[in-house]
Write a protein that binds this ligand. Structure first.
Ligand code: TRP
Length: 390
């Protein structure tokens, strides 16, 4: 029998590729229908992001309600985050941030970004000092994605948690039993109490009163969370307690995972640098990794490729292009040419190397321009008077 697929915030495994439809029904979220994407385009007057057009963000909870109220002139805020477990971000890590930046620009709304240094201190057994350092380094990569400082607040848990935020954490924590988190996250009697309590920390930013300097102490503004679908358990829990605390349930828009170079069923692992492209890689490294490690669905020899074409269902260069090649016509051309065998594996790999290097080079330049002062400015708890400005 096939091994059951397991998706939690700490583990993604199964016998083959993730079955995303099954995940939607397991988790109880909804499919992101084309109808909703069309509404986003209509409401924002902007072309749908590549990740929407290609189904990278594919599931949601209550996203439609956010659109309904936005249409009536009601605002919302965005909340996303990152667990700073290492300095080396790979392309998969950038996906939620690239998408959140698009949402922020399109809807003109404020954004809070949680850096869970506390989470990684507990799960990765790193020292407090080391996770704080990593949070700051990661903040630079996040800022390099182009967020608007007049509507973006980045915070580290170690630095920021207190007051309204802590009050919400405690209110959440006393509404969730040990049996509930056991069921949702798989904790057991051996899990230390920090882990058992942590879901309250990740839940708190879903409620506007955690940020009194932004929303005051009474706001009921809606929250929309863009994230990878492995974070869903945290927010299932959050949505469950919200009405009991007099808050609105946060809405979610959720993405697939970015596949490892070795293929859809492989896991990108921080310890295997050949499984992923990192934002710090050089052009040469990117070319080499794609040439040597990207799983190909093309024919084993030139003759076989010409004769049978490529299997695009497993081909990693093609999959990576669906994430990052924005030009729809060019992607269709590649699908035809490569799928039919007129294009060879080496050629599609060259195209991919160019596309990725362009993106990575731009990121590296943007990151170089991020100063310590800018990090301080993004991370300062402050009022943001223009956060809803068009
Ligand atoms: N737990 C997430 C991680 O390990 C970080 C995180 C905190 C997050 N809050 C979030 C991710 C909200 C998405 C949305 O990366």
């Amino acid at each position: 029998m096939a091994q059951e697929q397991v998706v939690t915030p700490w583990e993604v495994s199964g016998s083959g590729a993730i079955d995303y439809d099954k995940l939607i029904s397991q988790f109880g979220c909804e499919k992101l229908e084309q109808r909703l994407i069309d509404r986003v385009v209509k409401l924002t007057g902007k072309r749908a992001h590549t990740f929407l057009r290609r189904g990278v963000f594919f599931a949601h909870r209550d996203f439609e309600k956010v659109l309904d109220s936005y249409e009536k002139g009601e605002k919302f805020y965005l909340y996303t985050g990152r667990g700073p477990s290492s300095e080396a971000l790979h392309l998969g890590h950038l996906i939620p941030f690239m998408f959140t930046k698009y949402l922020q620009d399109a809807f003109k709304v404020p954004l809070v970004i949680q850096l869970t240094d506390d989470e990684k201190c507990m799960w990765k057994n790193l020292s407090v000092e080391e996770t704080k350092r990593l949070a700051r380094e990661n903040a630079k990569d996040i800022i390099a994605c182009g967020f608007d400082i007049s509507r973006t607040f980045i915070f580290s848990d170690f630095q920021y948690v207190g007051r309204g935020f802590y009050e919400n954490m405690i209110t959440i924590a006393k509404s969730v039993t040990f049996n509930q988190v056991k069921g949702i996250f798989g904790f057991d009697g051996e899990s230390h109490i920090g882990k058992i309590f942590f879901p309250a920390v990740q839940a708190a930013p879903s409620f506007p009163t955690s940020f009194p300097h932004l929303f005051g102490t009474k706001s009921k503004i809606k929250c929309l969370i863009p994230c990878a679908i492995d974070q869903d358990p945290y927010f299932r829990m959050t949505r469950d307690v919200a009405p009991r605390l007099g808050y609105q349930k946060p809405a979610l828009i959720e993405s697939r995972f970015f596949p490892a170079l070795q293929g859809e069923s492989g896991k990108m692992s921080a310890s295997d640098t050949n499984s992923a492209i990192y934002v710090k890689d050089t052009q040469k490294e990117i070319k080499k990794k794609i040439a040597n490690y990207a799983l190909s669905g093309g024919g084993d020899t030139k003759e076989l490729q010409r004769k049978n074409g490529a299997n695009l269902k497993v081909d990693i260069p093609f999959k990576y292009l669906t994430f990052f090649l924005d030009d729809d016509e060019e992607l269709e051309r590649i699908r035809d040419e490569y799928g039919s065998g007129r294009m060879l594996t080496g050629e599609i790999k060259n195209i991919l190397s160019d596309v990725l290097w362009k993106m990575v080079e731009q990121h590296q330049q943007a990151r170089l321009a991020v100063t310590e002062e800018m990090v301080d400015a993004f991370m300062a708890p402050r009022e943001m008077p223009f956060m809803f400005e068009k």
